[in-house]
Design a protein around this ligand. Structure first.
Ligand code: FEO
Ligand code: CA
Ligand code: CA
Ligand code: CA
Length: 655
């Protein structure tokens, strides 16, 4: 669709720029102003201007999503909207290499795990086969495996990492192999999806068995060199891969998130003490790998943490290809990493740093995407400009460049080159004055409108607007103190007549898409979350993607936070028209699980989701998990799994 055809683009008028507040506006004024500015939709207008219940009810039927909400609740299994089928496609431990053994419950076996689907599936990408097609019944599922629950994997464990006893060498090997990424060929036959067990495409890229090339400004830098890799250009493994994204040239991006928790030793004895403190690299706190693998002991390998925290890119179509860590995009706790093509052919990549009071980033390539050929694009992400977001109260936002030699990013502040900025991205962003956000998780671009959606999951440590601590006090895009519910911010890059959107622009407009939480909970101040029914609202949004019709699909990680007896799930919502922001509850996970990784086939008839850490809980163990989903067999622990959801009548998801 041409941007000029879209009514909401014109709605981004600067009507309130320059409003000179004599007193700070209250939260509801800030929220409603930013909601109204970006929508113009009847539903939101009805909610924000306090229309009566009848009007609100009328607006509820406006969603283009026609399924009936799944009920909020919590039990041992999954639930999907009436008329849909949700079938387990692949589970942790399922064999994916030709010679892989079957899953053996409770067995410690790193060699087997190297050939089996990893633990805690997270982000998913679906790429059709063959390359370049829009095949919606045959393709590749590409999955992240974020972390492990040792206490659910093996018997006799005293919590995750086995408490003070730590893991054995064999357990560490298994644990490392359960981390990383998987590529699995999948097919739909007779309406049912299954994976191809001996496909030549099937691949594990694990923490233990796969070498990644380091590319971009920090490649080969002294701060990345180790005993095993004196050149600083080859890293074995990828760590804590949370969300991700993909590129228009058919590769997958994966964000290395909480890499900090895997290291032992004393950070203060390294030359990187300030750097490691900023990322929370811990001295020995429950990090068992270092006891058996010197790479994870700072006393032996002081530079190893600088080799994680990157966005990795890999080609799922070539199982022999070398995956790459793209240092140009910066080092932080990457969650999502989503690309879009800007008006002039350059690529913009958006990424969030998921921690309380951290930032939102974008990277704009120097070179242009070449749609006709694949090869010239393969290293496009190595050169370009990294930016961090600063939001203003007036509805504008600025992308501040993180470029060596500009502003405070000089040798005087410890940045000798762009490599230092890439390695210590957080500190660079602090110095330029980025806006501290309420945990930036998934970021996605609506392919129909070019708008960028930044999911802020929650931040119960956010202070009131007047608080003395400037970093932590409420600001315009994070307006609620004690924010237990999260919000989704919408960034509108300028439209370029006839050419799409300028994602390279350094000034954009912003507003709210959804300010989440139970609309009936006065504390949540979320009366602006105009869900379609009492079961349609959510809190703690995490991942986001778009279906082929341009509707947003949002997963949650924390419906049960702060005392709710509710499971995480998948929610859909229009982003445009009268149904804008009316969220609907489509899928619910079993107890202890988090919902991650929604990925649609090009025909919109299947959505794949990851059910991550089912059965997890404070007292949960292999012997006594919160649920034994999905096998429900005695002695078999819960297994994180990818689920394929289709409509029973073969129709599109949401119809
Ligand atoms: Fe791994 Fe930010 O969730
Ligand atoms: Ca996540
Ligand atoms: Ca999360
Ligand atoms: Ca998680």
């Amino acid at each position: 669709m041409h941007p000029d055809d879209l009514p909401h683009v014109a709605a981004c008028e600067p009507e309130d720029i320059g409003v000179n507040e004599t007193v700070a506006p209250d939260i509801q004024t800030i929220i409603s102003r930013r909601l109204l500015l970006t929508s113009g939709a009847a539903a939101v207008a009805a909610a924000t201007i306090g229309a009566d219940e009848a009007q609100a009810q009328a607006s509820r039927s406006a969603s283009t999503l026609k399924f009936k909400d799944v009920k909020h609740g919590l039990d041992g299994t999954h639930h999907v909207a009436e008329g849909y089928r949700a079938e387990v496609l692949i589970r942790w431990g399922d064999p994916i290499a030709k010679d892989a053994p079957d899953f053996a419950p409770g067995k410690v076996d790193g060699a087997a795990q190297e050939k089996q689907f990893g633990y805690n599936c997270d982000f998913l990408a679906y790429w059709p086969l063959p390359y370049g097609s829009r095949n919606s019944t045959h393709g590749l599922i590409c999955s992240n495996h974020e972390y492990t629950n040792n206490e659910l994997m093996w018997p006799g464990m005293n919590g995750r990492n086995n408490g003070a006893a730590g893991l054995t060498k064999e357990q560490v090997e298994h644990d490392q192999s359960a981390h990383g990424l998987s590529v699995v060929e999948v097919r739909k036959r007779g309406g049912k999806w299954s994976y191809v067990k001996d496909s030549p495409y099937n691949r594990r890229l694990s923490m233990r068995g796969t070498t990644f090339r380091v590319a971009g400004p920090a490649a080969g830098h002294a701060r990345l060199r180790t005993n095993a890799d004196p050149g600083g250009t080859k890293v074995i493994g990828t760590l804590n891969n949370c969300a991700g994204g993909f590129t228009p040239w058919g590769t997958v991006l994966s964000g290395e998130e909480n890499f900090n928790g895997y290291f032992r030793g004393d950070r203060n004895k390294t030359a990187e003490a300030r750097n490691y403190a900023r990322y929370g690299v811990q001295a020995s706190r429950g990090a068992p790998w270092g006891a058996h693998d010197a790479r994870f002991d700072l006393d032996k390998e002081p530079n190893e943490p600088n080799r994680f925290g990157w966005v990795v890119e890999y080609d799922p179509y070539d199982p022999k290809s070398t995956p790459v860590k793209r240092t140009s995009i910066g080092r932080f706790k990457h969650e999502g990493a989503m690309t879009t093509v800007s008006h002039d052919g350059r690529i913009a990549l958006y990424s969030g740093d998921d921690e309380r009071f951290e930032y939102v980033y974008k990277f704009v390539t120097k070179g242009k995407f070449e749609p006709a050929k694949r090869a010239p694009n393969m290293n496009l992400l190595d050169e370009g400009t990294l930016y961090v977001a600063k939001f203003s109260d007036d509805g504008t936002m600025t992308w501040l460049p993180l470029v060596h030699g500009e502003g405070p990013l000089t040798a005087a502040n410890g940045f000798d080159s762009q490599a230092d900025i890439c390695i210590e991205t957080r500190r660079a962003a602090d110095l330029v004055g980025a806006t501290p956000m309420d945990r930036p998780e998934g970021v996605a671009v609506d392919p129909k409108t070019g708008k960028v959606y930044v999911v802020l999951t929650y931040n119960e440590r956010r202070k009131a607007a007047g608080d003395a601590n400037a970093r932590e006090r409420a600001n315009a895009p994070n307006p609620r103190a004690d924010n237990r519910w999260g919000q989704i911010v919408e960034i509108s890059p300028p439209a370029v007549k006839g050419a799409g959107y300028d994602h390279a622009a350094t000034t954009c407009r912003w507003g709210f898409f959804i300010v989440a939480g139970n609309p009936k909970d006065p504390k949540a101040q979320a009366k602006y979350h105009p869900a379609t029914s009492d079961d349609g609202w959510f809190q703690a949004p995490d991942n986001i993607t778009f279906d082929p019709k341009g509707r947003a699909w949002i997963t949650t990680d924390g419906m049960d936070n702060f005392g709710n007896d509710m499971a995480d799930g998948l929610y859909g919502a229009d982003t445009r028209g009268p149904g804008r922001a009316l969220s609907k509850h489509f899928f619910r996970t079993p107890t202890g699980a988090e919902m991650t990784g929604p990925a649609f086939t090009p025909d919109g008839k299947t959505v794949f989701v990851s059910v991550q850490h089912p059965g997890e809980g404070e007292k949960a163990s292999f012997e006594s998990p919160g649920t034994r989903w999905p096998d429900f067999k005695p002695g078999v622990p819960p297994r994180p799994s990818v689920v394929a959801i289709t409509k029973a009548d073969g129709g599109e998801i949401g119809s």
